[in-house]
Structure formats: structure tokens, C-alpha cells
Design a protein around this ligand. Sequence first.
Ligand SMILES: [Zn+2]
Ligand SMILES: [Zn+2]
Length: 170
Amino acid sequence: MKIHVGGLSEGIYEYRFDETAAALGLAGEFSDVHVEARLEKRGEEFLLESGIRTAMQCTCDRCLAEYTEELEHDYVMHYLYSEADAGRFDPAEVLVLAPGASSIDLADDVRQTVLVAVPLKLLCKQTCKGLCPMCGINLNEGSCGCRPEPPDSRWDALRTFRDRSSGQEF
Ligand SMILES: [Zn+2]
Ligand SMILES: [Zn+2]
């Protein structure tokens, strides 16, 4: 996933990359990764705007169903030849190129961006009803007759006492 920048004249350039997850060092649950990149050369600097699209096979945190999560994320990176200029940018958005470097490699940043795009909570849909805590039925697919006891702390002490006394009358 390299862009050749040696001898590039000033201006705006567009690139597309399609890469397998494995080639980017991503795990097998990820699909192929598509990147649309826009590179602008200004003087001795390059501004890269990258749009990334892929998908991931997931297990829903609530109902344990397998589903596909579509992932989309953008990032911006400034490439400079002079370290002295780096302070002008957000440290997360600047890379200093080796003197005379003739290409920039997007692979590391694309991989990181894909990982950042994975949501913390994996849900097959926002309205997923999950599994019944009592009988385990998938509540998206049907309902059951279970009535989860409402949590009511006033009864906890009594219940504990009753459990400890193994069913004896009190
Ligand atoms: Zn679910
Ligand atoms: Zn149930």
C-alpha cells in the first residue's frame, strides 16, 4: 500500500487500494480493506486524507449471533521531510520521512485505523433484545414466559436468610 512521491510535482492526486486483511496484518474476521486516498503535495509536505472501508465478522455481545459489522473510518496524515516542522501538527497526524524517501507506505496507519473503527460494544443491531437470562431463548426471535424478578434490594437480605436456612420456616 505504497504511494510513490519521489519527483511528484505539486498538486492533488487520488489513489485507490484494495488489500486483503492478511496482507495488512489483520485477523481473519476482517474482510478485504478498501482505501480511497487523496494526496496533496505542497512544497516539501504531503497531506494525505484516507477513507477506509471494510467489514468484520462479529459475535453479538447480547444475543451471541454471528453478524457482519461494516466499518468505515477516515484519517489524516501529514508527511514532512523536516522534523523541525512537525511541531505545527497534531503528533498523531504527522510523520517525518527519511531524507530522500521516495515513497510513503500507508499499511501501518490503515491497519491502526481499522482497529480504531471497531466499536467497543458489538451489537447485531442497536435494538438487539439479547437472550433471556432465565431460559436463554433469543428474544429477537421469540418470547418466553419467564418473568425476570425485578431487582429489589429490600428483599435481598430476606432471600439470603431464607437460602441459608435451607427452606426452613421462619
Ligand atoms: Zn444481538
Ligand atoms: Zn425465558
